[in-house]
Design a protein around this ligand. Structure first.
Ligand SMILES: Cc1cc2nc3c(=O)[nH]c(=O)nc-3n(C[C@H](O)[C@H](O)[C@H](O)COP(=O)(O)OP(=O)(O)OC[C@H]3O[C@@H](n4cnc5c(N)ncnc54)[C@H](O)[C@@H]3O)c2cc1C
Length: 316
């Protein structure tokens, strides 16, 4: 039995690892240069900064076991349960909630660990263009295919009239620009991460040096959806307004020494699906963070659950 998994984000890699553990032959096809997807890092002079997910939270007992294993092996650590909250540019009371977990080497290292642990056959730099009945992936037949992608990216590969295409076509996703700012020295109020509400430019600012634990003077700011939409064609044009907004918000006098902006056209689904994954009679499955409350844990859970259901379907 051979299964093709399209997308090496945490959902695809978790699904592939489960299928491999059940003895199925699995190939993971990933269009970018490495696994991770939205658990992405930007490296500046070798130091990674998290430019996708800011952190992860855990309330699923099975995911908790995975998280504790990463913690035991030094890949993940408790970061903070308290976030600053800004209403516009005014700082209000801090908000205490669930523990936010961060990775010393960046969250992408968790996906790399899953790939390594399951010895997955992953082909990077491979963009899939069409998935059809059979199933067939870019003209090659297989026993089943898993699309572990944001809905609009999955929809592009599928016939909208088929069951898989119908599940993902026409679903709205929201964009974000992630701006990384490197300063000469740490010079900011004492906060680890801030939710920024009702601000025209920013939605979140994280202290990446605190998050990663090396104290580097690096911040990562997330834009509002409106700014990301307005700057979709030219994300670099958002750098001056985002930089000015971060400096004003945190009262930072110095200009950053360097900046980097990343466009997430599909950062998060506008509305989640009401089931944990899709698996049609045609052998086409779909998983990811849209299949539940959008976050890392959901992507992991969706990939695992689809892997289990598919393995059972294939008699493994
Ligand atoms: C800015 C931002 C902030 C976030 N903050 C948080 C947070 O604080 N906490 C939290 O829990 N979650 C957060 N998230 C969400 C979290 O990152 C996602 O839930 C999770 O990473 C999704 O994983 P996935 O595997 O479902 O999808 P993805 O990570 O998007 O993986 C899809 C993969 O498919 C690949 N691909 C796409 N098209 C093709 C193709 N045609 N052929 C081959 N490969 C293809 C992509 O390159 C990608 O690697 C955030 C996301 C963003 C963008």
């Amino acid at each position: 039995m051979s299964v093709v998994v399209v997308g090496a984000g945490i959902s695809g890699v978790t699904c592939a690892a489960e299928l491999a553990a059940r003895g199925l032959g699995v190939t993971v096809l990933e269009r970018s240069h490495g696994p991770g997807g939205r658990l992405a890092v930007h490296r500046h002079r070798g130091r990674p900064a998290d430019i996708g997910a800011a952190y992860l939270t855990v309330d699923d007992p099975e995911f908790d076991r995975q998280v504790r294993d990463w913690e035991r092996r030094g890949l993940l650590r408790e970061w903070t349960d308290t976030l600053a909250v800004f209403d516009g540019t005014t700082r209000g009371d801090d908000s205490t909630g669930p523990m936010r977990w961060a990775a010393p080497d960046g969250l992408r290292s968790l996906v790399a660990d899953l790939v390594h642990g399951a010895r997955l056959d992953i082909r990077t730099g491979t963009e899939v263009r069409a998935v059809g009945p059979g199933p067939v992936v870019d003209g090659e037949p297989c026993d089943a295919v898993v699309l572990a992608l944001p809905d609009p990216q999955a929809a592009r590969l599928l016939d909208p009239a088929g069951p898989a295409g119908a599940a993902v076509t026409g679903r709205a996703w929201n964009p974000v620009l992630a701006l990384t700012l490197g300063f000469a020295a740490r010079d900011r109020p004492d906060l680890r991460c801030a939710f920024v509400n009702d601000h025209p430019v920013l939605s979140l600012v994280a202290d990446d040096g605190d998050r990663r634990g090396d104290g580097a003077p690096v911040l990562v700011a997330h834009s509002t959806g409106d700014v990301a939409r307005a700057r979709d064609a030219d994300p670099a044009a958002a750098v001056p307004e985002m930089t000015a907004a971060v400096r004003e918000l945190l009262g930072i006098g110095a200009e950053p020494e360097w900046t980097h902006v990343h466009r997430w056209r599909y950062a998060a689904p506008a509305a989640p699906h009401d089931r944990p994954f899709h698996l049609g009679d045609d052998g086409i499955g779909i998983c990811g963070d849209a299949w539940g409350r959008p976050r890392v844990q959901t992507a992991w859970r969706s990939g695992l659950d689809l892997g289990r259901a598919l393995a059972e379907r294939l008699g493994a």
